[in-house]
Design a protein around this ligand. Sequence first.
Ligand code: FES
Length: 350
Amino acid sequence: MTQVDLADWGARRRRRFAPDRWGQLVCRAVWDDTADMRSFFLTPQDGSRIEHEPGQFMTFRIDTADGPVERCYTIASSAARDGGIEISVKRQAGLGARALHDTLVPGVVIEALGPSGRFGPAFVSGTAYALMAAGSGITPMLSILRTAADRGMNPDIVLMQVVAAPTDLVATAEIDVLSRRLQRLVHLPIITRGPGGVRPDADLLNRIIPDLADRTVLCCGPQSFMEMVRTTAHAAGVPADRYGEESFDFSSPLPTAAAGTDTPSRTVTFARTGRSFECAETSTILSALKEAGLPLPSSCARGMCGTCKTFKHAGEVAMAHMGGIRQREIDRGFILPCVSRPLTDIVLDC
Ligand code: FES
């Protein structure tokens, strides 16, 4: 991260921030939403505009005491405003979050990739929404509400916001103001701890949103919360194409097929350094690479963020991604090693 002079109001060049290449954002403002949630307003250093849909995220390369790490944060700001983006980060969310809180101040430049992701009303459409947020899962919901208000829309939205304590509620005053413009918005804050604390479970959901089955459900929060909402929505009859979720809680790793002794393995070679390692056909290239102790930037390990995107010179892979790569990049020869399993020997541009 480097420091720049914020006195420059900047030329108004309106080129689009390239979503598939690492670029540089300047931190312009920082403020605290709660005791442990801090927001950052960032603009592209080259004056370009960031085009995004509400619900999308960006990946940030963050300098930490242990070296650079890549982390994904959902854009909280309105998609109708392209002057910059706002992200809101909980300090306890880990190493990258702590480093952002400690070092990202106005004037500091940070590398970013995106926007990416297929979460939000642009990708999971509907006529009425149930937005289910727990903790920092409120950030994509704020982008959805802010965008709807900025675009003069009046969608039918129920927003359930689950937090541990009233002091953890983010943007309450702003949501009140937004609800004067979004007159069909119903805000349901749920406090889970302390006297009168409520457990967010299927019973509660069905009670407070009796027409859940008729809504498109968008959910963001810890894995356990999303599992509960997904199961309840499914049981209520919400079809898969009216349910979407987003989480950057990667504490539960994706299941991987175990490699047996007779599982064929393939050789993966780095074209630039000449280093190579063996990767079982049942393993992802990223996990084999980590086992071999070789570094490759990665974040989500789920094919969502695009951080590990690498050019493949030769070989065939089976790749099941979640929107972290565009078809035209695949056609040009790029892969996401975190979700690619080798079908032949592979040569990567590393
Ligand atoms: S690490 Fe996110 S797409 Fe590979």
